[in-house]
Ligand binder design. Sequence first.
Ligand SMILES: *Cc1c(COP(=O)(O)O)cnc(C)c1O
Length: 374
Amino acid sequence: MSESKIDTRLWSSKARNLSPYVPGEQPQHNNLCKLNTNENPFPPSPKVAEAIAKVLEQQADDLRLYPAPESDDLRQALAQLYDIDVNQVFVGNGSDEVLALVFASFFLKERPVLAPDISYSFYPVYAQTFGIDLIQIPLEEDFSVDPDAYRQPCSGIIIANPNAPTGLLLSLADIRKLASEHSNAVVVIDEAYIDFAQTEEEVDDEVSAVSLINDYDNILVTQTFSKSRSLAGLRVGMAFGNASLIEALTRMKNSFNSFPLDKLAQAGATASVLDVEYFEQTRQQVIDLRQSLTAELMALDYDVLPSHANFVFARPKDGNATAVTSALREQGIIVRHFEKPRINEYLRITVGTAEQNQRLIDALTALQAEPDVG
Ligand SMILES: *Cc1c(COP(=O)(O)O)cnc(C)c1O
């Protein structure tokens, strides 16, 4: 239906006033080099498909029954993975759903919620959906987060770490500082990319704020199976925090949808968590590919921010990211470009397979031979 035929007379004013999130496109045709939505270039663990097939073969009759409402097996597997209690774990239908429940559970208060001005663009959408005032705190000139800039009354703070689309990492010391200075607010750390965060110099350093949840009752960490576990299509996300925070999320979930994860998703996600070896192997491969992609882009005179994620944020030397994006598209290579102040000269490029990255680098090299691009 074309936009002009939509009749909004019967809509609530709420529905009329929404401005929904627009995800990166999911084009259907095949030969595209899709580097625009930070999906993992590797397939999920083979154990995932085995676990799902087993449900379909051996328990297909059980699909007439509702799934486990609190996804107990999956939460237990995640609790074991992080050595925490099962009542410190919440799961939902993708971390996007978990984040919606977070906004409703903790930020729907008198005071505003604070988030970086350049961050995951779903946060302002949730704020609007729930009628929450969101104050955007400017990142520093180098795109880093300054915890001191958050010193103001708020219901909560939400920061993606590593941040998107910059890929920069905030230290656990800074997160501790935010949590101590805002003991009456929930500090939400969106760790969609945390599994890619370690660099060679930092292998032994703890980077995930899950390690802080026993020390701070106001830190809530969200993560997802979509990026590091190659399961964006299965829709599974989670949150970790003090049992009281998890209880609030559970109440909110059960006031909206008691069964957000179906049986297949629960079985597949649990199998993914248990296959530690496959997970370690593919995440290391992505980190290695990110390092080589960064080096190759720098060799082409791109400014590349030091990424701790499965994408890089890079600026061609003439800053004409719009031209590069459309030239790449003509060659079937799709990257993400944000028409936003401060970042419109950058491209966000998902780390692909070695072949995909090479195809990108070859295309960019050819572009530089042309007079006006890159
Ligand atoms: C991808 C992403 C999400 C959403 O993850 P899903 O589990 O697929 O809903 C949340 N936050 C950030 C910062 C992301 O990049």
